[in-house]
Write a protein that binds this ligand. Structure first.
Ligand code: ZN
Length: 81
């Protein structure tokens, strides 16, 4: 059970691309979630998680969360240099 490979949600690639566009330096996969720096507040350590399986996002830094449809509207410029 623990070692069984779990399938990725079909939207994972799409959101990974979003994450890499927003935060090319720090975006990464963790289990089936995408971890990156928050598009809503500036931070050095990634605390923003996208869960494509649930279709949700949550930021452990500023507490913002919601559905991934909302995230499409977000212009993530804060982490770019
Ligand atoms: Zn945040």
């Amino acid at each position: 059970m623990f070692f069984k490979h779990k399938p990725y949600h079909p939207d994972t690639a799409k959101w990974l691309q979003f994450a890499l566009d927003c935060d090319p330096e720090k975006a990464r996969m963790s289990n089936r979630n995408i971890i990156m720096r928050c598009p809503f507040h500036e931070e050095r350590t990634p605390s923003f998680a996208i869960d494509p399986t649930l279709g949700k996002f949550h930021c452990y830094g500023c507490g913002k969360g919601g559905s991934l449809e909302e995230l499409v509207e977000v212009k993530c410029v804060s982490q770019k240099k």
